[in-house]
Each structure stands twice: as C-alpha cells, then as structure tokens.
Design a binder for this molecule. Structure first.
Ligand code: ADP
Ligand code: 5GP
Length: 214
C-alpha cells in the first residue's frame, strides 16, 4: 500500500481531535503523528500519546535542529510535527493522521506533497460555541484567543482539498473514511501502474497477433 499523510484542520472545537480518535479506533491502516507543543497538558492528556509536552526552550532547540516538518504558533503556544514521527508511521505502511493548524498545513505540504488535506467545518457558529464551552478545557481568556484564531482559520478553507461538515459524528467519520479509500485508488498513488498496464497490453497484443496469424 502507498501510505500518505492526512491533515485534519478545523477551527478550535470543530471536532478534529474527536474525528481523529474515532478513525484510529476503527481502522488499522492509520497511525497518528504525535505533535510537540509548549501548551500545558489538559486533565487526562498523556505525555507521548496526546502530545510531546515540552518547554519553549526545548521546542526552539528542536526547531533549530530542523527536526520539524512544520511548526507554528497557535493561540500563543508553539506546535510542531517531527519529521521522524511522520516517517515512523509511513514506514510502518500506515497513513499518518495529523491534526494541525492551517499555517502548519501549508508548510507541511511543501515537505510531503502527496498529503491529503481535509477541513472540518462546524454545522453552525452556535454549535461551535456550544461545543467549545461544553468541553470546559479553556479559561475565558483562552476561549477568546481560540475564537480569534477560528476567524483566521476559516479564511483558509479554500486551500484544502476536501471539506466535511461535522454535524453528525458518525457521518463525519465515515466521510473521512470514504476520502481515504478513494485516495488509495487515486491513479497517481497506484504503484507500478505503467508496468501493470504494460503487461496487460503486451498479453493482449500477443493474443491478437495469434488470432490474426493463420
Ligand atoms: P477540536 O479538536 O477541533 O478542537 P474536539 O474534537 O475537541 O475539537 O471537539 C470539541 C467538542 O465537541 C468536544 O467536546 C467533542 O466531544 C464535541 N464534538 C465533536 N464532534 C461532535 C459532534 N459531531 N457532535 C457532538 N459533539 C461533538
Ligand atoms: P489544541 O491545543 O486544542 O490541542 O490544539 C490547538 C491548535 O493547534 C489546533 O488548531 C491544532 O490543529 C493545532 N495543532 C496541533 N498540533 C499541531 C502541530 O503539530 N502543528 C501545528 N501547526 N498545529 C498543531
């Protein structure tokens, strides 16, 4: 199989983490790229599973060593994707799912041009606000910063290949699965296509030749 990276982006509260978790739970052909961040862990988040949590100095040192395929400052914290993390998952033959912001997505595609990009939209602004507030993971100031970033993120929807409205979770997850399944069959991703078709043509030409030769 020709494994590829898959980026899920959305305004904060759009549902990318929830969708990524559901995908990873139900498909064995996917792996997750654990990002690095200087943000503090939320209750229940685990070092090395949800993120590699690190200090700003540690992050900057890695960035200077060019360890990141992309990095960005989001809501006042630094986030980055290690090249080694992406390569580890791809080398295992799995598509690598990434939850990264719009600035990071642009940089990442330059390094891995075969990346599939999906933008997750909330069904409405009201639903987005409700979900964000119900998650209860941000202080009022953090929530305000996330809404401000959401405005910028939404402007970038045009640079994504696919858009999914996360109304019903099951439907949204199934839609991402359909995209993955279709991308696997995309002509550009089929390995040795020329050779496969060449062999078919060769065999058919032999057959035609034998039928026309008396
Ligand atoms: P993001 O990672 O994009 O910031 P989350 O995945 O954390 O967003 O989702 C924000 C909140 O909305 C979470 O509490 C999550 O459980 C909830 N949520 C996500 N998708 C749906 C959905 N389709 N229906 C109802 N609640 C949802
Ligand atoms: P959160 O703090 O809610 O987990 O994530 C906040 C934002 O950071 C989200 O928009 C998420 O997509 C983005 N993000 C998470 N990991 C990365 C990463 O590795 N790189 C970039 N550029 N953004 C990330």
């Amino acid at each position: 199989m020709n494994a590829f990276p898959l980026i899920l982006s959305a305004p904060s509260g759009g549902g990318k983490t929830t969708i990524a978790r559901a995908l990873l739970a139900r498909r064995h052909d996917l792996g997750y790229s654990v990002s690095c961040t200087t943000r503090a862990p939320r209750p229940g988040e685990v070092q090395g599973r949800d993120y590699y949590f690190m200090t700003r100095a540690e992050f900057i040192a890695e960035r200077e060593k060019r360890a990141f395929a992309e990095s960005a400052e989001v809501h006042g914290n630094l986030y980055g994707t290690r090249r080694s993390e992406v390569k580890r998952v791809l080398a295992s033959g799995k598509h690598v799912v990434m939850d990264i912001d719009v600035q990071g997505a642009v940089q990442f595609i330059r390094v891995f041009p075969d990346t599939v990009t999906i933008f997750i939209l909330p069904p409405s602004a009201e639903v987005l606000l409700e979900r964000l507030k119900a998650r209860k993971t941000e202080t009022p100031a953090q929530l305000a910063a996330r809404l401000q970033s959401a405005l910028q993120e939404l402007q970038e929807v045009d640079s994504y290949e696919y858009v999914i409205v996360n109304d019903d979770l099951e439907r949204a997850v199934t839609s991402v699965e359909s995209i993955i399944d279709a991308e696997v069959l995309s002509r550009n991703r089929v390995k040795n296509l020329r050779e496969q078709v060449g062999l078919l043509i060769q065999r058919l030409e032999q057959e035609i030749e034998s039928q026309t030769t008396p």
